[in-house]
Design a protein around this ligand. Structure first.
Ligand code: PLP
Length: 285
């Protein structure tokens, strides 16, 4: 079965699903995106993802290309046409197509909207989570507004590749003060030796992960000790547990950081419990 993508009002086979060479997303990374998990063919936390999308668009002064309801229909249609039971749906909106010039086009052009979806291997993801992953630290050299979910991800690309080149699975990004910001495409968490959960506060230096916010709800619901604050790499090395959160990984235990074994080198009880409880707290659309 050929994969189907939505491109500006049309559902097209992948080979025909193209955007113009002067799309500003392509030329300037002048575009935002969202990734939603799909479970049993349904969107997980659609409402929060669309809220964040609207915020990203607003920060960049790109207009929402269609109503929220219409966008929901498109996302569902792409999931259905690609027969995704478990996987992800990807949405990208660029400022549109215009003669190459950094300034916003005048008059404004229509945003370009692309939606794709693909299946993920649940057994493989569960096996990975049961084992936990190794990460390495790399300097966080991204721009100052990574709370906006733009497609400008080159530092994240290089960080992830640096991790793979070192035999690790992911990279944790460290700012100039030695504090961990987040991972290359997920939020970073630790559990301290006195049992406190710590994740960086949501400033302009991290993406406000939707998974992060659902995990915060679980943590509050269960009255677990939580501190939203910056933590150092040394704090992370000494942690009882470490894990990262994202829409496609949910809660992924981290068992080593820069070859420092975390805890006993296996996924810890807090991360494992949060992973198990996650979908009871997320919204299924
Ligand atoms: N941080 C970064 C840099 C990301 O790219 C992502 C997801 O793509 C996240 C955090 C996690 O966000 P979410 O939980 O909404 O998937």
């Amino acid at each position: 079965m050929s994969r189907i993508a939505y491109v500006n009002g049309r559902y097209l086979p992948f080979r025909d699903a193209t955007v113009h060479v002067e799309d500003r997303g392509y030329q300037f990374a002048d575009a935002v995106y969202e990734v939603c998990e799909v479970r049993a063919g349904r969107l997980v936390d659609e409402r929060r993802h669309i809220e964040r999308l609207k915020r990203s668009l607003g920060e960049l002064r790109i207009r929402m290309p269609m109503s929220q309801a219409a966008l929901g229909v498109v996302l569902r249609e792409v999931v259905a046409r690609n027969r995704i039971a478990y996987g992800l749906v990807y949405l990208q909106i660029s400022r549109g197509v215009a003669r190459r010039d950094p300034a916003f086009p005048t008059p404004p052009v229509a945003p370009n909207v692309v939606v794709t979806a693909r299946s993920l291997n649940m057994a493989r993801n569960e096996a990975l989570a049961a084992k936990g992953i190794a990460v390495v630290s790399v300097p966080d050299n991204r721009w100052g507004r990574v709370d906006i979910k733009t497609v400008g991800l080159l530092p994240n690309v290089l960080a992830r590749q640096a991790a793979i080149d070192k035999g690790a699975r992911d990279a944790w990004l460290v700012d100039k003060d030695g504090k961990v910001t987040e991972a290359a495409s997920s939020n970073a968490w630790i559990v301290t030796s006195d049992g406190k959960l710590v994740t960086r506060h949501a400033d302009h230096a991290i993406l406000r992960g939707i998974t992060r916010s659902v995990v915060l709800d679980i943590v509050k619901d269960r009255n677990l000790a939580i501190e939203e604050r910056a933590f150092t790499l040394e704090d992370a090395y000494a942690a009882h547990e470490a894990f990262e959160t994202s829409a496609t990984q949910i809660v992924m235990p981290v068992i080593s950081i820069d070859n420092h074994v975390i805890g006993d080198g296996t996924p810890g009880p807090v991360a494992t419990a949060l992973r198990r409880q996650f979908h009871r707290h997320a919204e299924l659309g």
